[in-house]
Design a protein around this ligand. Structure first.
Ligand SMILES: Cc1cc2nc3c(=O)[nH]c(=O)nc-3n(C[C@H](O)[C@H](O)[C@H](O)COP(=O)(O)O)c2cc1C
Length: 221
């Protein structure tokens, strides 16, 4: 696929078919993503691929937390405590677009929560991933992992797959650590749901919008 088409066709896939992804294909995608740049070529990403019993265990523990309102001490705030109105507006629109696609009303909290809960099933994807980074890295290193992740998303599309990045997994650091057993000096950057997109599900049929580049680009002469 041409690069422009590849980039433009990426979207967050939140429903998958049951088709398993072969290990060969998974490795191909992970290898392509591995060409990501990083300052000093430090390559600070760590990837835990979870399938089979490990995925089942992770899902069942996370859903137990979610269903019983169990909260864990988070290792970082996903969003700043204070969000400017502009960012709040975009976030609200993002949620509204998704719930509209699912015909879920604004005050239908039960249905909304049911959709949020899907995060902790990896949206039914055959493959889940947990991406971590060494705690010693600050913003700069986190950005490098972001480059790996974008590559992963694009390489997935090129292989007929789809992904959803999931910061939601960071709200259960203890539960995730209990299962994937990463070292004490790693922090969960995000999760990834990966598999073959279910094109028939309405949740995969809407697309998010973007601001015009004039909104954030300054040409300084
Ligand atoms: C680092 C990161 C974490 C995200 N975490 C979640 C998540 O936990 N759950 C979810 O449904 N979407 C998540 N998303 C998807 C965003 O909501 C999505 O990228 C955004 O709305 C733009 O839509 P698009 O990806 O379809 O273009 C995440 C995206 C990124 C980049």
């Amino acid at each position: 696929m041409a690069l422009k088409e590849l980039i433009k066709s990426r979207y967050s896939v939140r429903s998958f078919t049951d088709e398993m992804v072969s290990v060969k294909k998974l490795k191909e995608v992970l290898n392509i993503a591995n060409s990501a740049p990083s300052g000093g070529n430090i390559q600070p990403w760590k990837v835990y691929v979870v399938t089979g019993n490990t995925k089942d265990k992770l899902i069942s523990k996370a859903l137990y937390n979610f269903d019983n309102g169990i909260q864990e001490e988070v290792e970082y705030e996903i969003y700043p405590k204070y969000l400017d109105d502009e960012y709040k507006r975009r976030r609200s629109k993002c949620a509204a677009d998704m719930y509209n696609a699912l015909s879920i009303e604004k005050d239908d909290i039960e249905s909304r929560l049911k959709q949020v809960r899907e995060n902790f099933r990896f949206f039914g994807a055959p493959v889940g991933m947990i991406i971590t980074i060494d705690k010693s890295f600050a913003q700069n290193g986190w950005g490098h992992v972001g480059m790996y992740l974008q590559n992963l998303c694009l390489a997935s599309i090129d292989n007929g797959l789809g992904t959803c990045l999931q910061e939601s997994w960071s709200i259960y650091p203890k539960t995730v650590k209990d299962v994937i057993k990463h070292s004490d000096n790693e922090v969960i950057w995000c999760g990834v749901a990966l598999g073959y997109p279910n094109d028939n599900d309405p949740i995969n049929q809407y697309r998010t919008s973007r601001e015009d580049i004039n909104k954030f680009v300054s040409f300084l002469k």
